[in-house]
Design a protein around this ligand. Structure first.
Ligand code: AMP
Length: 179
């Protein structure tokens, strides 16, 4: 799928702050809190994701803990879709299914409630950053293990040098800013 929309990405890029050596040595952390606190940038991100995939195409929007929640919830509202949290191990109160994977800086397990989706539901996965792609791939696998369909993935930022795109090859995904 190739979708193009007109957007001045520099408005967004100005609101992303690089934090060297956070949370550990050698990682340049992309801090989106300035973007979230800027009314134009925040609404532009949400509107762009909804415009790219289009209303009527998504039943549930998945947000990945924790910054993914912040973007995914208003995206779900604008789609008229439901919101589903993917959380770190032990945080969700009901029956869960889980998937472990490698991060740019460590290992992680993601969980989702076992009854979060109906079979065949069209799911959009949303997160702030696509880095190595391990998180995105684990999220896709969790959604598909429930019987739902991954309609696409949306990221504010893609760290192209980490080639996360290869982990979600063949899937429809969009990133609003590339580094
Ligand atoms: P990955 O699984 O390597 O694609 O990592 C993606 C997840 O880790 C996302 O949930 C991001 O929030 C977080 N993450 C990884 N690298 C960075 C980074 N350089 N800056 C900010 N967040 C990051």
């Amino acid at each position: 799928m190739t979708i193009r929309i007109e957007m001045d990405a520099s408005i967004l890029a100005q609101q992303v702050r690089d934090i060297p050596d956070f949370p550990k040595q050698g990682v340049v952390f992309k801090d989106i809190t300035p973007l979230l606190s800027d009314p134009t940038a925040f609404s532009t991100v949400v509107d762009a994701i909804v415009a790219i995939f289009g209303r009527g195409t998504i039943d549930k929007v998945v947000g990945i803990e924790a910054r993914g929640f912040i973007i995914a919830a208003p995206v779900a509202y604008h789609f008229g879709a439901g919101f589903v949290p993917l959380r770190k191990a032990g945080k969700l109160p009901y029956d869960t299914i889980g998937e472990s994977y490698l991060l740019e800086y460590g290992e992680e397990t993601l969980e989702v409630h076992a009854d979060a989706f109906m079979p065949g539901e069209r799911v959009l996965i949303v997160d702030d950053v696509l880095a190595t792609g391990g998180t995105a791939r684990a999220a896709c696998e969790l959604v598909e293990r429930t019987g739902a369909k991954v309609a696409g993935l949306a990221f504010v930022i893609e760290l192209g040098f980490l080639d996360g795109a290869s982990s979600i090859e063949g899937r429809d995904f969009v990133s609003l800013l590339q580094y």
